[in-house]
Write a protein that binds this ligand. Structure first.
Ligand code: ADP
Ligand code: MG
Length: 665
């Protein structure tokens, strides 16, 4: 297919600006959808307030008079006839328009109306009059040097030249069934909407197309899994597992026992496990995964546990190592920052089977890593990994059982769609003796209260987390708290009584690990952090979580952060400091259940926060929105299932293309 540089009007400079917007291909360009539409509706002079915003069309009535000022500034004045009367127009710095504004030319003026002087100070002049109803104008994400107008021109030129070549991802029978317009027409409409009805229909069609490909992929992966569902079956001694469980410092909850049972059944069975373990923060998923790994090891296989951050991987490593200390088994930690020599050693021992348990980050699924007999792979906080990453290991020729853990409770209906290819185990019950985490929303002006609440806990030898959105003070967001600034404030407030330190994502891993270790050992009492600690970190003696600028975070994130405390038997509290958005934050005061919070978040913010879209590219959509478009999603799910099953279409180009697209990723 043609490239963007072949589009008339796009030179090297525009090309690099387009690349900056993530636009690499013609398809990217024509699917650079407007993020908003401005509705230009003809205003009426008499009905517009003084200094009010107005959009009005008409004809230029007098030759524009141009005045030039110092520093290259200029101003143009002319008379303008509109359907609701004659009005003066003034516009700054548009001398270049003078030749186009001939008397009698139809234009549309957008600006502010000074009623007494009967003058519109225009912010914009568009050539051409409005149609009798209204004009809908696409607004694009732009970048400096590339205006909305430029983008619109490039997109339209690309559509004109190559519109026929833009691939269609909906099978023709479904285009017919839903009476959709063709792809090129739909694209033309979203970029040049003639009216709302047509625009809505075109958007719906493009959303459907996106969700259809997505669900096709999910369904395809599900089917593939079923087809190659031959897994490992193994003998596992029940008595040995029970002995291991007896050795723990606590008793498992009923939900944990059930989860272990389901997983061990899966391990024993000849089919391949593909299971999601869902449980709220602090519900104790980790121990379940450790037991699963232990069971797998008893049967003579290697286990790998993959965590999204090094801090978390290290924590899991330390905990499991402790549990294994009286066993003959060998456990190692492998992350991006493992020294090269050690890495080589680990690779060697994974290959020759000397290591039974390996814990790490993405480093575990790099190409260099080979296993002797990988039997079980567990991914913690699985929503942070994409669908593709998940299949990565399988492609390496291993047939391990797979367990995903997620603390991000996804409303059940969505889970069924998105994780439609998995079995799900829920852990609902929290470990015994846990008290609810009292949550308070406080204003900035109540900082004294906040400090007192912190002090009351610190006095009892408890520890405190403090969260801020920024690392350092930032000129651009002066009103936001930073980790460094809070450290100074806390030091001022608590003098030398307590050790205060900071941790954030920009620190070297070794430094982070050291700080985390010191916090675990209670050498640090107040740990100030960005959201790097969001995921999974466990320090039972920490009883207080203070989150500054809490309004900056989604409820699910706040819930995850709150879940860092309340992990021991002492009462815990979470303080949300914010002057704005308090109504939303107050939901946190009342609700402890992560599932309900996720529903609320879903309603308020859509899926973004929920699925951690930043991390999993395959959950981002260009035009569809899982929250709003659930109905379309269900339809796309149904259709794509039916289409996948339909043998007659197996030789169709489209089906081949859709499948190739999945395998390519
Ligand atoms: P999450 O489900 O969020 O990953 P963790 O597995 O980190 O939660 O467990 C949170 C804390 O609860 C840990 O300190 C863990 O040791 C403890 N824990 C887990 N299960 C139990 C239990 N049955 N009784 C008491 N404490 C438990
Ligand atoms: Mg966890």
């Amino acid at each position: 297919m043609a490239e963007i540089k072949d589009v008339k009007g796009i030179g090297p400079k525009s090309l690099s600006l387009l690349n900056k917007l993530g636009i690499e291909t013609i398809e990217d360009l024509v699917t650079h959808y407007p993020f908003r539409y401005d509705i230009l509706k003809r205003g009426i002079l008499q009905e517009t307030e003084d200094e009010g915003h107005i959009i009005i069309d008409g004809k230029v009535e007098s030759i524009p008079i141009l005045m030039r000022f110092k520093a290259g500034l200029n101003k143009m004045n002319f008379r303008f006839v509109t359907p609701s009367g004659v009005v003066g127009v003034s516009i700054f710095n548009r001398a270049f328009l003078k030749n186009q504004l001939e008397v009698g030319t139809g234009i549309t003026v957008i600006g502010k109306y000074d009623k007494k002087k009967n003058i519109i100070t225009a912010s914009e002049i568009k050539m051409g009059v409005l149609s009798n109803k209204e004009k809908i104008e696409p607004v694009y994400h732009c970048t400096s040097g590339l205006s909305n107008k430029n983008l619109s021109n490039y997109i339209n030129m690309a559509l004109l030249m190559y519109g026929r070549e833009i691939p269609e991802y909906i099978p023709s029978e479904y285009i017919e069934k839903h009476q959709f317009v063709n792809k090129r027409t739909a694209l033309n409409i979203v970029h040049n909407p003639p009216n709302r009805e047509k625009l809505d229909a075109a958007i719906e069609r493009l959303k459907y197309e996106e969700l259809f490909s997505f669900m096709f992929k999910i369904n395809y992966l599900k089917r593939e899994k079923k087809l190659n569902n031959k897994g490992l079956n193994r003998e596992i001694s029940k008595a040995e597992i029970e002995k291991f469980i007896k050795g723990l410092s606590f008793e498992l909850t009923t939900d944990q026992v059930n989860a272990v049972r389901e997983i061990v059944e899966d391990l024993k069975a000849p089919h391949r496990m593909n299971r999601l373990l869902q449980g709220d923060v602090g519900s104790g998923k980790t121990i379940v995964s450790f037991i699963a790994m232990y069971a797998n090891c008893l049967a003579g296989y290697q286990s790998a546990l993959m965590a999204p951050t090094e801090i978390l991987a290290t924590q899991h490593y330390n905990n499991l190592k402790e549990l294994l200390k009286n066993t003959p088994y060998h456990i190692e930690l492998l992350t991006g920052s493992t020294p090269k020599k050690e890495k080589q050693q680990i690779y060697e021992e994974l290959k020759n089977g000397n290591i039974e348990f390996i814990i790490g980050t993405h480093a575990l699924i790099q190409d260099e890593v080979e296993y002797q007999n990988l039997g079980l792979v567990i991914t913690d906080e699985q929503h942070r990994f994409g669908v593709n990453q998940r299949t990565n290991l399988q492609n390496k020729g291993y047939m391990p059982d797979i367990l995903y853990m997620s603390a991000t409770p996804i409303p059940r209906t969505y889970a069924l769609t998105i994780y439609g290819d998995m079995d799900v185990t829920f852990i609902k019950e929290r470990p015994k003796g846990r008290k609810p985490i009292e949550t308070y929303v406080k204003q900035e002006s109540e900082i004294k209260d906040v400090l007192t609440m912190m002090y009351n806990e610190l006095k009892q030898n408890h520890q405190v987390y403090v969260i801020a959105p920024l690392i350092e003070d930032n000129e651009n967001s002066k009103d936001l708290k930073s980790v460094c600034q809070l450290k100074e404030q806390m030091q001022l407030a608590f003098k030398d009584k307590y050790n205060i330190d900071i941790i954030h994502g920009k620190m070297a891993t070794a430094a982070k690990d050291l700080i985390m270790q010191e916090f675990v050992q209670n050498k640090i009492q107040i740990l100030i952090s960005t959201t790097v600690i969001e995921v999974g970190v466990d320090v039972p003696n920490a009883t207080t979580m203070v989150i500054f600028d809490a309004n900056r975070f989604g409820l699910s994130t706040l819930h995850q952060l709150r879940g860092r405390v309340g992990r021991g038997t002492d009462a815990s509290q979470c303080i949300l400091v914010s002057d704005s958005d308090t109504k939303r934050l107050k939901i946190m005061e009342k609700v402890q259940d992560g599932f309900i919070i996720s529903e609320e978040d879903f309603k308020l913010r859509g899926h973004g926060d929920l699925f951690g879209t930043k991390q999993s590219g395959d959950m981002t959509f260009k035009i569809a929105d899982l929250k709003q478009d659930y109905k379309i999603l269900l339809q796309a799910k149904k259709d794509s299932e039916e289409y996948l099953k339909d043998k007659e279409t197996n030789s169709s180009e489209l089906k081949k293309k859709l499948i190739a697209g999945i395998l390519l990723n």
